[in-house]
Design a binder for this molecule. Structure first.
Ligand code: ZN
Length: 111
């Protein structure tokens, strides 16, 4: 079965295109790039899929940072993205529960 590539990501009501880019790694030494004006996230194509996932999380946080005008320093943003990516990967069932609006905690027995 062929794996479908991600083509868009919805970020706080904005439909952001996710596009492969062969040149950003070479031209700008970047693995990814968020372009607010073009509503686009470019991901370098010469990376392992797992790295592309981490870069996508980074660029999503870049978009939230810009959208909410948080002005988070890039080193903090990078650390946050790495940590969040690790949590997402380590907890697929929890992520599905969050996405599905399912209860995260049960009702205690004594209630
Ligand atoms: Zn960045």
């Amino acid at each position: 079965m062929k794996k479908e590539a991600i083509t868009t990501v919805r970020i706080m009501g904005m439909e952001i295109k996710v596009v492969p880019n062969k040149r950003i790694a070479v031209e700008r030494f970047a693995a990814g790039e968020y372009n607010q004006t073009q509503c686009e996230i470019a991901i370098a194509t010469d990376m392992a899929p797992s790295l592309q996932g981490e870069v996508l999380v980074h660029e999503i946080i870049e978009a939230v940072n810009a959208r909410l005008d948080i002005d988070m320093p890039h080193d903090k943003l990078t650390a946050l993205a790495s940590g969040l990516y690790a949590v997402i990967c380590d907890n697929p069932k929890t992520m599905l529960a969050i996405m599905g609006g399912k209860p995260i905690v049960g009702v205690p027995d004594n209630e």
